[in-house]
Structure formats: structure tokens, C-alpha cells
Design a protein around this ligand. Structure first.
Ligand SMILES: Nc1ncnc2c1ncn2[C@@H]1O[C@H](COP(=O)(O)OP(=O)(O)O)[C@@H](O)[C@H]1O
Ligand SMILES: [Mg+2]
Length: 485
């Protein structure tokens, strides 16, 4: 578990909070150690001083009372004790003989009794010099031998109040705590001022990042500091400037590319238009001129045949053969002209032209291929070039199915979904050669039929996709945007 979690701090702390908490914590820690150490030293010092004073006091009592003890003068001893207990926090004082009998006591009623507590008895049997023989929370007990010519004639004993020391120590502790608070306060203030100067630059940086996020690249970050954060802000500005210039370059390139694409599309459209025009012209010429000529020939041949029949000439049979040849030629020319430019498309529209196309192509398959056609959304005629391109795509698509797929069913779907005409041709054939491992996008690198479809579609801003699946057939999908007419 992390310290932050243990302290119950929120997961996302700001720099200011961290700085303030850190400084406050360090101040608290250092000041606590300092105050603790100070109080300990003070305690030792004060206790040493108190025990010195007490020992001195006991010795003074011992010296002052020795003559009175020697003379066994109780009044004298009591006077010495009286004057000895004045001031210095003495709780009581007494003079005892070496056996522990109280000769004189500041509390008179105790005079004559024997000391029975263990500490006092130990004190009497201890070393013959002033010493502290017992200590409690509140009091310090000392004894000094009363010696005359090196002979022990008694002990002066006294108890001193320690509470003054404790009070002083608690005063020192209180003052220490107050200083700790002041130190924390000053530290926090300092941390706040420091964080203000750091955060100011950071705030500008954050605003810059927000701007970047909202794609505003022309507003550099204001640099207000010369420290590391300031350097980061300058680096951010440099990165922003280079990003902006790269983007401008990219935009220019995109615009140029779009322009080039548009020009290419226009060219392509014109090319497709020109090809269609040319086909139309050739179809018309074939129909009008060759067709007319053939009709003339047919008429001549018919009358020649009639003449030969009447004159019973041997030319009748060749004339008949020639006439049926010319008739077949006429049919061929009609078919070629129709292929070049289906008249149905111009006169009746896309769907009838496609139906005619299917009706014309299917017999070539010997009834092995069934075609299902679905059309939806055709409410009115589409623009002529959209119809023409759609017709050519269906024509080439069906051709490919017949030529390459070996399919037995083909499903043709034509959907008008403004602004697009969508053509889908799905067959259940063998799939495109070389694309037999899974579904792939057509790459259009095999023949010119697919490339031609793509170019025609691109000329009106559309596209053609081919997907082929191993033994799962081929799906050709074209999307042709059209403008409503
Ligand atoms: N429906 C299809 N089923 C199987 N293979 C196809 C199909 N359509 C196209 N192909 C393959 O893609 C190639 C390219 O077709 P295309 O560009 O129309 O050229 P072409 O028909 O002149 O060969 C064809 O040669 C054929 O191998
Ligand atoms: Mg083809």
C-alpha cells in the first residue's frame, strides 16, 4: 500500500498540495526531533542542578547542626532546621542519629520516631558522604552525614519538591510546540509562494496543451520563467511551430493533390465521353450508311432474283444466296451497332437496356447460367453518363462472369440510393485466379476490363471493388455518385 493511500490522500494531488504537505511534514519532523532533544537536555540539566543544590543544602544542614547534635540540643537543631527549610522548595528536613532515630524534624510530631522505610535505612547504611538516596516523580531525597572529627554522629536528611523542574520542562515543551507551529506556518507560506511561481508557468503550459488538443496551433505558450519549466515551455513552442509548418505543408500538398485528382477526373470523364461519342458516331454510321447500302443491295438483289426467276435464268440460286448473306450481314451490323451504343439505353433507360443485354447474352451460354436481377429506387431516369457508365460496368461484369467464372448463378443488384447508384454483381463461380486464399480486394492487374470499369467509375467520382473468395464466387461492387436531374 502506498504512503499516499495510507494517509488517505486523494489519488490526484496537485503540485501545490504536495509541496505544502511535504514542507509541513519535514518541518514537523525536524521540529519534533529538535524539541524532544531540547526537552531531554533541559531535563538532565535541571535535575543535575537540583540534585547538586539539594546535596549542598543537606551538607549545609549537616555542618550547621553538628554542634547541636553533639550537645544533644533539640531546640538548637530545630532552629537550624527552621532556617534550613526556608525557600528552595524543601518539603521537609530532619536530623537523625546513626541508628535512624529522628532527633529533630520540621514536622515536630515525627521527632523521636525511627526511620523504617527501606530507602531511608539504606541511606543510613550507605556511603558517608552527601548523596541522593531516592527519587520520585515529585520529590528528590538527599542525605548528608554529620561528622565530628571523622566520627559519624548523625545524618541531615531532606526532601525537595521537583515540580518546579517539571513545570519548567512543560513550559519548554509548550514553547517548542509553538515554534513548531510557527515553523510549519512559515514553511507552508514559503511552499505556497514557491508553488505559485512554478505553477504560473505550468498553467500557461497546460493552457497550451488544451489549445493543441482543440487544434489551435497559432497561440504559443507565454514563457514567464527561466527555469526548467520555462525551458519546457520554450521547447513546447518550438514543437508547436514546427507542427504548424508541417501541417501547413501537408494541407498545401493535400489541396494540390485534390486539384490534380480533380483534373485527372475531368480528363477521364472527357475521355470516357469522347469514347462514347465516337462509339455513338460509328454505330450511327454503321446503321445509317452501311445499313442503308445493304438495304439498297438487298432491294437490287430481290429484283434481280425476280427477274432471274421469270427468265428461268441459272442466276436465280446465286442471287438467293447473296440475298440471304446480305440479310445476315444486316443483322450483324445491327448487332455490332447496338453493342457499340445500345439504342435502348438512350431511348428507354438503364433497366430495359440491361434486360435486353441479358436477353441477348444468355443464349450464348446455352442455358447454363441463370441471372437474377433486383432493382430498387429507380423512380426516374439517371443522368446519361451515369447510365452509360453503369451499363458498361454491368456489360463487362456479366462478360467476365460468362468468360471466367464458370458460375451457374449470377445475382445482379441495382440500387438507387441518392446520391449513389450501387451496382453489385455476385456470381457463384470459382473466384479470381491467384486470389484463392481467402477474401481479397481486387487489385485490377489482370486485364483491361476491370481497369476500364474503375476508370469509368472514377470519371464520375465513384469506385469499383472486387472481392473474391476461393470457390465462393466473385462479387463486384460499384458505387457511382450522380447528380439529380
Ligand atoms: N467473375 C469472375 N470470376 C472469375 N474470374 C474473374 C471474374 N472476373 C474477372 N476475373 C479474372 O480477372 C481477370 C481480369 O478481368 P478483366 O480485367 O475483365 O480482363 P479480361 O476479361 O480481359 O481477361 C480475368 O482474366 C479473370 O481471370
Ligand atoms: Mg473482362
Amino acid at each position: 500500500m502506498r504512503l499516499r493511500d495510507r494517509l488517505g490522500l486523494p489519488p490526484s494531488m496537485g503540485i501545490r498540495t504536495k509541496l505544502v504537505l511535504g514542507v509541513a511534514f519535514v518541518h514537523l519532523l525536524l521540529m519534533t526531533i529538535f524539541v524532544f532533544d531540547l526537552v531531554q537536555r533541559q531535563r538532565e540539566f535541571l535535575l543535575a542542578e537540583l540534585s547538586n543544590r539539594t546535596l549542598h543544602h543537606a551538607q549545609v544542614l549537616a555542618v550547621a547542626s553538628s554542634a547541636w547534635v553533639l550537645a544533644d540540643d533539640l531546640v538548637g537543631m530545630e532552629e537550624v532546621l527552621e532556617s534550613g527549610v526556608r525557600g528552595g522548595g524543601v518539603q521537609y528536613a530532619m536530623i537523625v542519629d546513626p541508628q535512624g532515630r529522628v532527633l529533630a524534624h520540621t514536622k515536630r510530631e515525627i521527632t523521636g520516631r525511627f526511620l523504617i522505610d527501606r530507602e531511608s535505612r539504606n541511606a543510613l547504611s550507605g556511603r558517608q558522604e552527601p548523596h541522593v538516596y531516592f527519587e520520585t516523580e515529585k520529590s528528590l531525597y538527599a542525605a548528608a552525614p554529620i561528622l565530628v572529627a571523622g566520627r559519624l554522629i548523625g545524618w541531615s536528611m531532606l526532601a525537595v519538591d521537583k515540580s518546579a523542574t517539571s513545570e519548567h520542562l512543560s513550559y519548554v515543551t509548550r514553547t517548542g510546540l509553538a515554534y513548531t507551529m510557527v515553523a510549519i506556518g512559515i514553511g507552508t507560506l514559503f511552499a505556497l509562494l514557491l508553488s505559485r511561481s512554478i505553477l504560473r508557468q505550468l498553467r500557461f503550459l497546460l493552457r497550451g496543451v488544451d489549445n493543441l488538443h482543440s487544434n489551435i496551433l497559432d497561440r504559443p505558450v507565454q514563457v514567464v520563467a527561466e527555469d526548467e519549466v520555462g525551458r519546457v515551455a520554450s521547447a513546447f513552442n518550438r514543437a508547436l511551430a514546427s507542427l504548424r509548418s508541417s501541417l501547413e505543408l501537408l494541407n498545401r500538398e493535400v489541396i494540390e493533390r485534390k486539384r490534380a485528382e480533380e483534373a485527372l477526373r475531368r480528363l477521364s470523364r472527357r475521355q470516357v465521353g469522347a469514347i462514347e461519342e465516337e462509339r455513338k458516331r460509328i454505330a450511327r454510321d454503321l446503321h445509317d450508311e452501311l445499313g442503308q447500302a445493304l438495304s439498297g443491295m438487298q432491294f437490287c438483289l430481290k429484283s434481280m432474283q425476280g427477274e432471274a426467276e421469270r427468265s428461268n435464268s441459272s442466276l436465280e440460286a446465286p442471287c438467293q444466296k447473296l440475298s440471304s448473306e446480305v440479310e445476315r450481314m444486316g443483322v450483324s451490323i445491327h448487332r455490332i451497332a447496338n453493342n457499340l451504343r445500345p439504342a435502348t439505353l438512350d431511348h428507354l433507360g438503364l433497366l430495359p437496356a440491361i434486360e435486353a443485354l441479358i436477353a441477348e447474352q444468355l443464349p450464348a451460354m446455352g442455358g447454363k447460367l441463370s441471372v437474377k436481377t433486383d432493382a430498387s429506387g429507380f423512380r426516374r431516369r439517371l443522368p446519361p453518363d451515369t447510365e452509360m457508365i453503369a451499363y458498361r460496368i454491368v456489360q463487362e461484369g456479366l462478360n467476365n462472369v460468362i468468360k471466367h467464372s464458370g458460375a451457374s448463378h449470377v445475382h445482379l443488384q441495382l440500387t438507387v440510393n441518392h446520391p449513389n447508384l450501387i451496382i453489385a454483381i455476385h456470381d457463384d463461380g470459382m473466384g479470381i485466379d491467384g486470389h484463392r486464399d481467402g477474401t481479397v480486394e481486387g487489385t485490377f492487374e489482370h486485364g483491361i476490363g476491370l481497369i476500364g470499369m474503375q476508370e469509368r467509375a472514377a470519371a464520375v467520382g465513384g469506385k469499383v471493388d472486387v472481392k473474391s473468395r476461393r470457390r465462393g464466387g466473385t462479387t463486384l461492387r460499384a458505387e457511382l455518385p450522380y447528380a439529380e436531374i
